[in-house]
Design a protein around this ligand. Structure first.
Ligand code: ATP
Length: 249
């Protein structure tokens, strides 16, 4: 019997003594936090607290002024494996005249510098169908994205972020500008994915009630401006069972 030790609480993001300034304006100061595999981290804070700045540093769009962020154990300054991370930025919206279809936009999530000019393979078309299905937008796959509602467009952005099967999905205020009913459906979907698809989530939101309903009433950390709420998708017990099964097979 081969015994394999699995760390099912792998560190996905390590924020280490992180600070950021725009010129003279210090926005983030000495922040520390570790996001583990299958956590759902909800981030709540007032306007201007630095939430979007933090998200941009995590996805490599802004360099930290000091300190570091590690992604899957590697400094963001050297990190290259961006396919492992899906990112839906704040204030997404397509121009009504944007000519691409839903399917084309979702497929564009596959492109990076390496495969920009490659043909889309059969397997990648299947990945696209999966992403459309998970977001329940197969029926509108041939529609032009610019002509969809805000809620439908948001699902398209999510499907685009999901097509590479990311280990980590980062969402910055994903429901801004969407009506209450659609928002509720959207959160249901996200929370369902967290519980059943073994993914790790980071979500900035102003919807404190929704965050608390899923992640609990008390923040796990607060620096007075930014509050972190967190829930792990499985109890430690599941981790033990998985390790045991792995050992036995
Ligand atoms: N490109 C920039 N140049 C200069 N200052 C900026 C820039 N982007 C943001 N800021 C400032 O940094 C602070 C933090 O902004 P950030 O967008 O990170 O806050 P936030 O918590 O996401 O706010 P909101 O909830 O309103 O989206 C704000 O005071 C903002 O004015």
């Amino acid at each position: 019997m081969q015994s394999v030790s699995l760390d099912c609480h792998q560190h996905m993001i390590e924020i280490q003594d992180l600070s950021f300034s725009y010129g003279e304006q210090k926005v983030i100061s000495g922040l520390n936090y570790t996001v583990k595999e299958r956590d759902f981290l909800g981030i709540i804070g007032s306007n201007g607290a630095g939430k979007t700045t933090l998200m941009k540093m995590i996805v490599g769009l802004l360099p930290p002024t000091s300190g570091d962020i590690k992604l899957f154990g590697q400094s963001v300054r050297k990190f290259k494996d961006w396919e492992r991370i899906g990112y839906v930025p704040q204030k997404n919206a397509f121009n009504p005249l944007f000519p691409a279809t839903v399917r084309e936009v979702v497929l564009s999530g596959l492109y990076n510098n390496k495969n920009l000019i490659r043909r889309v393979s059969k397997a990648q078309h299947r990945q696209c169908e999966d992403a459309l299905e998970v977001m329940r937008i197969q029926d509108i796959a041939e529609k032009r994205v610019g002509q969809l509602s805000g809620g439908q467009q948001q699902r398209v952005f999510l499907a685009r972020a999901l097509i590479n099967h990311p280990d980590l999905l980062i969402l910055d205020e994903p429901t801004v500008g969407i009506d209450t009913e659609t928002q509720a459906g959207f959160f249901d979907l996200i929370f369902h994915m967290h519980a059943h698809h073994h993914m790790t989530f980071l979500m900035v939101s102003h919807d404190i009630d929704m965050i608390k309903s899923y992640l609990g009433n008390e923040p796990v950390q607060s620096n007075g401006k930014i509050n972190f709420y967190c829930r792990h998708s499985h109890e430690a017990q599941d981790c033990v069972v998985e390790n045991l099964q792995h050992t036995l097979t």
